[in-house]
Design a protein around this ligand. Structure first.
Ligand code: NAI
Ligand code: MG
Length: 367
């Protein structure tokens, strides 16, 4: 069997600190569970700019394209604020998403029982919450043309963004959502605004047709995106998988994420289309948080978002579902034992460093 290749891009700020803890998990899997992960590492973001004047070099970009999966830390920081727009740290992430055609962004919102009491919502509303938002990532209003500011010449200007979706884009994102639902509670809720948007009418039509043709075993419902936002806060447990466009997905996934606590807890996956020959998808896994310059270098960042992103990698890139579940369970165990980094600290718990949290998760995984 060929080995499984991981390309690590730790990035800036707390990115490398969180990635160090994932390395421990990978080493443990290779040493004790006979897996054959091979890792290589590159530069992205500000550190790449310092090294080569680009937010990611062509050589590293090639390695990312060739790897079975990319693990991405975080990029940016005040040091690089003066850097020209084209080579700013975020440009590295945007290039990865674009060149790898990562059109499906998966953001789970899971409420660990030990943290239910620290949610901004009532514990009974979030306890046991396990939803997955599937956001279209390469189309819609973020990329549609025209996209410009026009000077109308009468002292007024006009800002224009255009929401564009083609059938194939809606088909492939809804197929991802339906496939994932089959591995979960088998329910998809599609969100758009067909009441005011033509692209919403098409979205609704294509999701419905895709469901009928290929996924009629999955329970499908539709909701207007604004009502969806309300329902997410009112009773989030009614949802299993939510599929939505780039803009609504950006907002709804942030809302869903915050139901469950700190930024330091939230993983994500971005997937491309399956290769027609091998069936393999290009994929990138990253925590939702940024480089946290305010706490970088102190060894106190929460590594759980990064480790949970690796759990998603095991699940979606390598079909190692049992291992992914075991890693998620290890995180839950450690939280249940009262271990907390500063961002999720509460009364009666034990405050730990980034490295101690990583060690504890590996130990819990080892069982
Ligand atoms: P941020 O996510 O880096 O930090 C926001 C707040 O949450 C900070 O107080 C930080 O200390 C805390 N935080 C975040 N992750 C944490 C963790 N794992 N453990 C403990 N605390 C954590 O967002 P911010 O401050 O808006 O941006 C900082 C830099 O990161 C900027 O340069 C921004 O452009 C960049 N950024 C990069 C992203 C990426 O690489 N995907 C995403 C978001 C921001
Ligand atoms: Mg956002």
């Amino acid at each position: 069997m060929t080995s499984r290749s991981l390309f690590l891009l730790p990035g800036d700020g707390i990115g490398p600190e969180a990635m160090a803890e994932v390395r421990k998990v990978i080493a443990h899997l290779n040493d004790k569970h006979g897996t054959d992960f091979v890792t290589d590492e590159g530069l992205v973001g500000g550190c790449a700019y310092d090294a080569c004047g680009q937010a990611i070099s062509d050589a590293d970009m090639e390695k990312a394209m060739a790897a079975d999966a990319v693990l991405f830390g975080a990029v940016g920081g005040p040091k690089w604020d003066p850097v020209p727009y084209e080579v700013r740290p975020e440009a590295g992430l945007l290039r990865l998403r674009k060149d790898m055609e990562l059109f499906a962004n998966l953001r789970p919102a899971i409420c660990y029982p030990a943290l239910a009491a620290s949610s901004s919502l009532k514990p009974e509303v979030v306890e046991g919450l396990d939803i997955l938002i599937v956001r279209e990532l390469t189309g819609g209003v973020y990329f549609g043309e025209p996209k410009e500011i026009i000077d109308l010449g009468n002292g007024q200007k006009r800002g224009i963004d255009t929401q564009v979706y083609d059938t194939y884009e809606i088909e492939r994102i809804s197929a991802v959502a339906f496939e994932l639902a089959r591995t979960r509670r088998n329910e998809v809720c599609s969100m758009e605004k067909r009441n005011v948007m033509k692209s919403g009418v098409l979205w609704n039509e294509v999701v419905t047709a895709t469901h009928k043709a290929r996924f009629s075993d999955v329970k499908l419902s539709h909701m207007l995106a604004d009502a969806g936002g309300m329902q997410l806060v009112r009773w989030p447990k009614q949802f299993d998988v939510i599929v939505t466009d780039n803009l609504f997905g950006d907002m709804l996934s942030d809302v869903a994420a915050m139901l469950t606590g700190s930024l330091g807890m939230l993983p994500s996956a971005s997937l491309g289309a399956p290769d027609p020959k091998t069936g393999k998808r290009k994929a990138l896994y990253e925590p939702v948080h940024g480089s946290a310059p305010d706490i970088a270098g102190q060894g106190i960042a929460n590594p759980i978002a990064m480790i949970a992103s690796f759990a998603m990698c095991l699940r979606y890139s390598f079909d190692m579902v049992a291992e992914a579940e075991r890693l998620d369970a290890a995180i839950a165990t450690v939280l249940g034992n009262g271990l907390r980094t500063g961002d999720i600290m509460s009364d009666g718990c034990t405050k730990v460093t980034t490295a101690e949290m990583g060690d504890a998760i590996v130990a819990a995984y080892a069982g």
